[in-house]
Design a protein around this ligand. Structure first.
Ligand SMILES: Cc1cc2nc3c(=O)[nH]c(=O)nc-3n(C[C@H](O)[C@H](O)[C@H](O)COP(=O)(O)OP(=O)(O)OC[C@H]3O[C@@H](n4cnc5c(N)ncnc54)[C@H](O)[C@@H]3O)c2cc1C
Length: 408
């Protein structure tokens, strides 16, 4: 009987496992089971329809630090298949990737369809069978075989199984996997933006600051980066990173917490005081609201003056020490409250999933059940935005495929 592999999940990790296994071992019969009527649907919508395939980072230690969960695990897996390998893999199949200034890498076509076409072409080339509307409800391991039951009661069997079914938002959705003997870290949302209902700062929607430092009060969570004010609160890389690093802590707070924003992280209080002293002398007769001297967007500057109780028509020379101190505090530590979160539609992941100590990072095989493999977001690995989640999907899918292809 020929060796058979069933891959559960027609997403990035499932396809990568299937096509690489089939290429490396032509004797292997490979089937992908996908519960919906669409393949690679997240690849399609990812990166705003452009698919942020990976990140232009070529150092494993630096790259691993972008994963709030799974840093040590990816440090091992990246040794087998890293960003350069992703770039090369796609290039060998006529898909060129380009890097943007912030390191995100996209196909040069700027279309996620290019990635889908490439993976579909590979699947056809190696004769992979694809079954859609095939939701696996139950898996049992009996006498060296996996027996799968689909939601329409169909039964399937295979000697090798790779579970690449993506992240699930609720613990109960993992039941069919915990019944197999694996345990999970409870799922929590990651990569979200902050809601600040009726906070006056939302009137500044559309304004962005290239470098702000945001701290979450009462925690050690702190990040620096671009911040965007929206009509519902705050967004931008700095909030997304905080949401990823604080995924569990913020859930425990029911997504209600205080933040402190440093709009000018390059200046400390003393430096700002010195700067103001200089301005009071240098442009003494000018109005404080006329021109913001510190490079902040004008509307934000006016908002912070107002918030500090300073009339924008006041002249620099007339700024009292008390007013100046208040302004410095609001520039360095503007405090506000977050009440709730909004899913970041561009790139959303679930933190949590299969516990990593139950998986061998060198092979992606379960340490509990032989010939059972996992790949992608189903594992308790998630990265911040920027192509890190797909890189983990490619890496883990590749390793699982390669291991399965090589088993004699
Ligand atoms: C809107 C959006 C944009 C994103 N953009 C980016 C980006 O640009 N860059 C980046 O790195 N990451 C991005 N991500 C994250 C990235 O898409 C995921 O991390 C990645 O798709 C995970 O791949 P996966 O194959 O593990 O899971 P998935 O892509 O979720 O695929 C899993 C598949 O398994 C199927 N399935 C589930 N359960 C079963 C079952 N029981 N039986 C059969 N089939 C089942 C699902 O229907 C699904 O098709 C984005 C995510 C979203 C939601």
């Amino acid at each position: 009987m020929s060796k058979q592999l069933i891959v559960i999940g027609g997403g990035a990790a499932g396809f990568f496992c299937a096509v690489n296994a089939a290429k490396l071992n032509p004797q292997l019969k490979v089937t992908i089971l996908e519960k919906t009527s669409k393949l690679l649907s997240k690849v399609k919508i990812s990166g705003g329809g452009r698919c942020n395939v990976t990140h232009a980072c070529f150092d494993i230690a630096t790259m691993s630090k972008k994963y709030p969960r799974g840093e040590n695990f990816v440090k091992k897996t990246f040794h087998q298949f890293f960003t350069m390998d992703t770039i090369k893999w796609f290039e060998e199949r006529d898909v060129k990737l380009k890097a943007e200034e912030d390191g995100r890498m996209f196909p040069i076509t700027d279309s996620s369809q290019t990635i889908i076409d490439c993976l579909m072409k590979e699947a056809n080339k190696y004769g992979i069978e694809i079954m859609m509307n095939a939701e696996v409800k139950n898996v049992a391991f009996k006498g060296n075989q996996f027996e799968l039951k689909l939601s329409d009661s169909r039964l399937l069997a295979s000697g090798y199984l790779c579970i690449a079914s993506g992240g699930y938002p609720k613990s109960s959705m993992f039941n069919w996997l915990t019944e197999l003997g694996h345990s999970i870290e409870d799922p929590v949302p990651s990569l979200f933006t902050f809601n600040m209902p009726s906070n006056p700062i939302t009137k500044l929607m559309g304004i962005s600051v290239q470098k702000a430092r945001v701290k979450i009060t009462g925690t050690k969570l702190e990040q620096e980066g671009p911040l965007l004010i929206t009509h519902w609160g705050m967004s931008g890389p700095v909030t997304l990173r905080l949401s990823a690093w604080g995924a569990r802590e913020l859930k425990e707070k029911n997504w209600e917490f205080g933040i402190s924003v440093n709009w000018l992280p390059d200046y400390n209080e003393q430096q700002l005081a010195k700067q103001f002293q200089f301005l009071r002398f240098e442009i003494a007769t000018q109005k404080v609201g006329n021109k913001n001297p510190l490079g902040l967007p004008q509307r934000l500057w006016e908002f912070l003056l107002d918030h500090s109780g300073i009339n924008k028509d006041k002249r620099w020379a007339d700024l009292s020490a008390k007013e100046q101190n208040k302004l410095i505090r609001n520039l360095n530590a503007f405090e506000c409250n977050v009440k709730g979160k909004t899913t970041f539609k561009e790139e959303f992941v679930t933190a949590g999933g299969i516990r990593l100590n139950e998986i061998d990072a060198n092979t992606m095989m379960s340490k509990k059940i032989p010939n059972l493999f996992f790949a992608g977001e189903i594992l308790n690995v998630d990265g911040i935005t920027g192509g890190f989640n797909f890189q983990h999907a490619w890496t883990s899918g590749y390793i699982a495929g390669k291991t399965i292809a090589g088993i004699k």
